[in-house]
Design a protein around this ligand. Structure first.
Ligand code: DON
Length: 561
């Protein structure tokens, strides 16, 4: 694969790459496709569309099927964002992000000296935000769905009853998390079992919960028997979520954040996700440079992208938070003049150190415990949705009676200005904790148009690395003429302002590139680094077929017809 990418990069140099016809290497389908973290979920989405359902019906089915087949991140106990583009060109986005409970307080994760208490915002029941997923899928269904909800949920319930096979990668993940899961839930919990590859996990409790939701609708989760069981469980564990918190939860339609990059129109998530705004800032800052000529993953291209990333993430840290609580200078941050000025001190000769942009000292690590899926239906509607429990299996609290894990999304708030969260992201007053506020996110479900037509649906898990993974995937197709699948496979790198380090995927970049960058003052993360992002995307090809890009870094799978 590496060879193909290098050959294509060489070929790209000096070409007007955007017009090169690229042979697809991923799954190609004539009409419709779902690409998600598990084949079982992609298949359920596709079956719904085969029955005449649209992308929005498929979204509801896929999202909930991921809660069954991919409990690592798929969820009922978390939240997410969804961006859509209808066949007629109309776009929109839904925020079903978790919220801070009414009893949350600004300093709830600090000790009496004002220091962050390690692990409190990630590993205790106080880390749990009010879940948004069920409100999200019902809101999508109400506004845009076409099939009855019972029909959509039927195959999901059947999957939970039938059970889901454990993959090798899943077995490894269970191993990584088993001590903590056991500690939180005791020996009799479903997930305290040691699961091995090829075992089947059945989810009877989740099937029962889903049946009640199918029968009674969205309010079952927020006001019904499910709500009561959930609150009782949460309070036993020390959480502060009440029935009032659940009853008050609403998913919100938001205007997506749209901007142009050359002849592409990019439609992404607006705050409380930082995804769209950071993506816009980075794309606008790199637009004046001829990246195609510099070559794919060349040291020059890496410099330009890293410098833009550094500046965008610095802005993220200072300005961004829940728009229902803080005023975000969106227009100013996206203005050409501002972004031109922001890059004016960049030179190819020498790295701009992050300390020259803003002070700070942090540690971070990457992971991929969120999940993204992309859908295109036979009518031409597209959906791009990212959903999460935050960490792998969220807070690790698993409500056995209801059959799902609870998030630890409260860690996405800035517990204290300048203190890094689990992704090493530092925040400020704009992202401080307040009752009912939504924590800032990096999730970046995105849809791209070219010449007024659907071009790509794309997104990724990966915490702070989501934005840069989405960016590179779009650039790989548009600037470097890679197929959708090659673009997803291609090695990735990441910079997030603080810590001032470029992280590269392991064993994928040559040492010469590192040497060149180091000689210019770039700091490279030399630690063993995990993969960056896990992108699931769909490209609309010029002959009207669809190419899937399912990330080989996971068990991800494209299914289509
Ligand atoms: O919303 C966010 O930005 C994070 N809670 C996403 C977490 C994530 O991607 C986990 N996977 N690495």
């Amino acid at each position: 694969m590496k060879k193909i990418i290098i050959l294509l990069s060489v070929f790209s140099i000096g070409c007007k790459t955007q017009n090169v016809i690229v042979k697809p290497t991923g799954l190609v389908a004539d009409k419709a496709m779902v690409v998600s973290a598990r084949e079982e979920a992609s298949k359920i989405g596709v079956e719904i569309m085969k029955k005449g359902g649209n992308a929005f019906d498929a979204m509801v089915g896929t999202e909930l099927a991921l809660a069954v087949a991919y409990p690592f991140a798929g969820n009922l106990g978390g939240g997410g964002f969804m961006v859509y583009r209808k066949a007629n060109g109309e776009v929109g986005s839904l925020d079903y992000r978790e919220k801070a409970p009414l009893a949350a307080t600004k300093n709830m994760f600090l000790d009496e000296k004002g220091n962050v208490i390690k692990g409190k915002s990630t590993g205790t029941a106080l880390a749990i935000g009010v879940p948004g997923t069920i409100a999200g899928v019902f809101e999508v269904h109400k506004k845009l769905g076409s099939l009855p909800i019972e029909e959509i949920l039927k195959p999901v319930i059947a999957l939970a009853e039938r059970g889901v096979i454990v993959t090798k990668k899943q077995e490894l993940r269970f191993n990584d998390y088993k001590v903590e899961i056991l500690k939180k839930n005791g020996p009799n919990s479903l997930f305290s079992t040691v699961f091995k590859e090829n075992d089947f996990i059945k989810y009877p409790a989740l099937a029962t919960t889903l049946k009640r939701i199918s029968k009674n609708g969205r309010d079952e989760f927020y006001k019904g028997e499910t709500a009561k069981i959930l609150v009782k469980y949460l309070q036993e564990k020390g959480a502060i979520i009440t029935l009032e918190d659940l009853a008050k939860y609403e998913a919100k339609w938001r205007t997506p954040l749209t901007f142009d990059y050359k002849d592409l129109k990019i439609i992404s998530m607006s705050p409380p996700s930082s995804g769209g705004i950071c993506l816009a800032e980075i794309f606008k800052m790199i637009e004046p440079y001829n990246l195609a000529k510099m070559g794919h993953n060349s040291s020059e291209a890496i410099q330009v992208i890293v410098e833009a990333e550094r500046r965008a993430y610095a802005d993220r840290s200072y300005f961004l938070g829940d728009p229902d609580f803080v005023k975000i200078p969106l227009k100013e941050l996206m203005s050409n003049d501002y972004l031109k000025q922001r890059m004016s001190n960049f030179s190819f000769d020498k790295a701009t150190l992050s300390s020259d942009i803003k002070q700070g000292k942090v540690n971070y690590n990457e992971s991929m415990e969120t999940t993204h899926y992309s859908i295109v239906d036979p009518f031409g509607n597209a959906v791009s949705a990212t959903t999460t429990l935050n960490d792998g299996y969220g807070s690790k609290y698993y409500c056995d009676e209801l059959g799902f894990f609870l998030n630890n999304e409260m860690d996405d708030f800035s517990a204290k200005p300048g203190e890094p969260n689990m992704f090493g992201l530092v925040g400020n007053e704009a992202n401080s904790i307040a009752p009912q506020k939504r924590m800032l996110s990096s999730m970046t479900p995105t849809i791209v148009e070219k010449n007024g037509k659907l071009f790509m649906a794309v997104g990724s898990p990966g915490g702070s690395t989501i934005i840069t993974s989405v960016l590179q995937t779009i650039l790989n197709v548009y600037e470097y003429s890679l197929s959708m699948q090659q673009a997803v496979n291609a090695p990735r790198f990441h910079h997030q302002w603080l810590p001032d380090l470029i992280t590269f995927e392991p064993n994928t970049f040559d040492t010469k590139t590192f040497e060149t960058l180091k000689s210019k003052g770039y700091l490279i993360n030399e630690k063993t680094t995990p993969v960056i992002g896990k992108v699931d995307a769909i490209l609309a090809l010029p002959n009207k077929t669809l190419e899937g890009g399912a990330d080989f870094r996971g068990d991800d799978k494209a299914v289509g017809f």
